[in-house]
Design a protein around this ligand. Structure first.
Ligand code: GRF
Length: 220
């Protein structure tokens, strides 16, 4: 790796399986991504993804929603934990909670999410089944900045995945997930190289306003 910049520091939030987290950790270990994960925080004590973090000797923390009476009190505790690690960027990787506006505002321009659809299509849950139900020929995934609007922040980069004959939600999800791993890595590589910036409410790529989402070459 020839980049002499300091590694992009990350705190990654998960709730479950953590395959995107694993892809990020593996890319850091192999030198493909100039970043360091300062902590992984899970909203579930038993999230399988926590094991990936432990295997990479990354600090893990879990914050169970049942321990907090309100969404606001949970998010205040979460913010306190994240800020303890002072990351450049907060990365949501399958974090299954709706964030309060206060938390989102605190990390404006410094928090990204990956969503399994070609946003603005199919915000919310069950995107693969909904893509099939709507008879879409093309599905995919998006990496976007997090704003107060659920799955509604400016999209940085997307990858398209064709819907194939005979697909069910599981098969489609599996193909999309493979592409998600490439997609998140690409977005993070650009962010680590400072090629993507958020300035005065506008996404910039190589210093120029991004008029529409970047597109990752699909290899499927
Ligand atoms: C991914 O499909 C991601 O797009 C969505 O939640 C899922 C998380 O999967 N936000 P994993 O935990 O990274 O395997």
């Amino acid at each position: 790796m020839t980049d002499s910049r300091p590694p992009l520091s990350l705190v990654i939030l998960i709730s479950g399986r953590g395959s995107n987290l694993k892809a990020i950790l593996d890319a850091i270990s192999s030198g493909e991504l100039n970043a360091e994960v300062r902590a992984v925080i899970s909203s579930r004590l038993d999230a399988a993804g926590l094991d990936h973090a432990r295997q990479h000797q990354v600090d893990t923390l879990a914050l169970d929603g049942n321990d907090y009476p309100t969404r606001e009190s949970y998010d205040r505790a979460l913010q306190g934990l994240i800020d303890r690690f002072n990351p450049d960027l907060v990365v949501l990787a399958g974090f299954m909670r709706i964030l309060t506006p206060g938390l989102v505002r605190h990390y404006r321009g410094r928090m990204i999410n990956i969503h399994p659809s070609l946003l603005p299509a199919l915000r919310g849950l069950n995107t693969h089944q909904r893509a099939l139900d709507e008879g879409l020929h093309e599905h995919g995934a998006s990496v976007h900045l997090v704003t107060e609007e659920l799955d509604g922040g400016p999209v940085i980069v997307q990858v398209r995945v064709p819907v194939l004959e005979g697909d069910d939600a599981e098969k489609l999800a599996e193909r999309v997930l493979k592409q998600e791993h490439r997609l998140y890595l690409q977005a993070l590589q650009w962010l680590a190289a400072d090629r993507i910036q958020w300035s005065r409410g506008q996404l910039l790529f190589d210093g120029r306003p991004l008029q529409e989402p970047l597109l990752l070459n699909s290899n499927c």
